[in-house]
Design a protein around this ligand. Structure first.
Ligand code: NAD
Length: 496
């Protein structure tokens, strides 16, 4: 059985100690083992990153960026292999894995602009013959901790920009699907990254806690579930580290009575069931305004869902694959059961899909639940499965209140033909990423990604311009070169 280890100081490392099964969710079989790094192994990675920092920090930004250009080419050349690795361990169908990788590559492209992004600010003559400027200097060793659902993209949100800014990095990927992440890191070494600048340690809480406690780690980027995000943010902050911790979501789409219903149904189908609903931007709640809109939505969704195809990652005719583990499959089914017990109507039931030849896979079929109310467990919690809830309200304001009252504020969307309503919605809704007739309003790489409320702990969003600020600290220098000795006596007040 293949064992997945770590990448420390430019070389593969395997420590003897704890390990964990890695499943192929399509077959349900254990095909690999991942090593779980001990405290000592993580400390070795931090030490390698610390040692690599002085030379890397002083490497010209343009030379750092050239490595990113080569990295991008290698990612494109190895795309099929990366997507296969994602599919094997995550279950994502290849077209979906390719979409994930493309979004990751866009972040590498953005990092190629580091020399431009790091130019700083300059003011001449802030006083007589006095100049002042701000530089954006790297922090040192930075850590990234990432979730299972985007094993290629989310790490690429983090380390290309962090490294291009002159930091060194220790990445702790999800232990559930680590192979594509490790393979991609090896490609960056092949692109010419010096040893120690990027290190990957596989592991669990022991590895994470070591990163949170070690004083050499200056900053932590985290993406995952909200309880862990809150823990990471609290611990990292208490230990004096800069931290951004992105958490879970419950993304609502408002369907207005004037919406183009066929388009809304197509958009919702992709956004609710794509990637088995295991996306932090998945639309998991449709809020229909008025019973007429709700009835039309439910009947059209039901019809559209007849052709949804769930199955193994290796068959590209499937729309989506399995969920990540047996335990998660049972959790998703448990949410559907609870909806039924609490009085909702199961319109399309995906609890027992038949996937011929893959009877042991972790599959849940597309599920549509109508007449959901805010008190229900399925409404309050993030399901992270292929389940779309329909909530019926009478007015747009009631729909907006529902969204604002929810603990999460990652993404949202409105389907309407009314520009005034759309503008009011985007202006006032308490959510970080808003779509207007766009179901998955994931910002492009040159904007930044982040939710509000309990979907993000910290100040700066992920990737894009916010990442440049997160991975650097401002230093402001004021200079004067007196031409002939001291011209003024001591001054005891600010110059006016
Ligand atoms: P998770 O929180 O279980 O794990 C994320 C990371 O934290 C992993 O690397 C894991 O090893 C580590 N971790 C888990 N438990 C820990 C503990 N007790 N102490 C320390 N570290 C721990 O999340 P997941 O199941 O891998 O990913 C799915 C979640 O991530 C969903 O809630 C989803 O909404 C969220 N997510 C959010 C975004 C976003 O941008 N906001 C993006 C992707 C995923």
């Amino acid at each position: 059985m293949k064992t997945i280890g770590h990448l420390i100081n430019g070389t593969a490392k395997a420590d003897a100690g704890r390990s964990q099964d890695v499943y192929n969710p399509s077959t349900g079989a254990v095909e690999k083992q991942v090593l779980l790094a001990s405290k000592a192994t993580v400390e070795e990675a931090i030490a390698a990153a610390q040692a690599a920092f002085p030379a890397w920090r002083n490497t010209p930004a343009q030379k750092r960026a050239r490595i990113m250009f080569r990295f991008k080419e290698l990612l494109e050349a190895n795309a099929d292999e990366i997507c296969r690795l994602i599919g094997e361990e995550h279950g994502k169908i290849s077209h979906d894995a390719m979409g994930e990788l493309s979004r990751g590559i866009e972040n590498v492209e953005y990092a190629c602009g580091a020399p431009e992004l790091l130019k700083g600010e300059h003011s001449r003559n802030v006083g007589p013959a006095i100049d002042s400027w701000s530089e954006f200097q790297p922090l040192g060793v930075v850590a990234g901790i990432t979730p299972f659902n985007f094993p290629a993209m989310v790490p690429l949100w983090m380390y290309p920009m962090a490294i291009a800014c002159g930091n060194t990095f220790v990445l702790k990927p999800s232990e559930r699907d680590p192979s594509s992440t490790l393979f991609i890191a090896e490609l960056l070494m092949e692109a010419g990254l010096p040893a120690g600048v990027l290190n990957v340690v596989n592991g669990d809480k022991e590895a994470v806690d070591t990163l949170l406690q070690d004083p050499r780690v200056q900053a932590v980027s985290f993406v995952g579930s909200t309880p862990i995000a809150e823990y990471i943010y609290t611990q990292a902050s208490a230990n004096g580290k800069r931290c951004q911790a992105l958490g879970g979501a419950k993304n609502h789409a408002i369907v207005m009575p004037d919406a183009d219903m066929d388009n809304a149904v197509s958009a919702l189908t992709g956004a609710a069931f794509g990637s088995s609903g295991e996306r932090c931007m998945a639309l998991s709640v449709a809020v229909a305004v008025g019973d007429e809109a709700a009835d039309a939505l439910v009947s059209k969704m039901k019809a559209q869902m007849q052709s949804l195809k769930v199955g193994a990652f290796s068959d590209s005719s499937n729309d989506f694959g399995p969920v990540i583990t047996r335990q998660h499959q049972e959790k998703v089914v448990g949410f559907i059961n609870s909806a039924q017990e609490q009085g909702a109507e199961i319109v399309v039931d995906g609890r027992s899909p038949s996937v011929s030849g893959y009877e042991n896979g972790f599959f849940v079929g597309g599920t549509l639940i109508d007449r959901v109310t805010p008190e229900m467990t399925c409404y309050q919690e993030e399901i992270f499965g292929p389940v779309l809830l329909v909530v019926r309200v009478d007015t747009m304001q009631q729909a907006m209140d529902l969204i604002d009252d929810h603990e999460y504020g990652n993404g949202t969307c409105i389907f309407t033909r009314d520009g005034e309503a759309a503008r009011y919605f985007s202006d006032n809704i308490l959510v970080g990423m808003v779509g207007i007739n766009v179901p998955l309003p994931v910002p492009v790489a040159y904007h930044s990604f982040g939710g509000w409320k309990r979907s993000l702990f910290g100040d700066l969003h992920a990737y894009g311009p916010d990442a440049v600020r997160f991975y650097t600290r401002r230093k402001t220098i004021t200079q004067r070169w007196p031409s002939a000795g001291v011209r003024e006596g001591a001054q005891f007040a600010f110059p006016s």
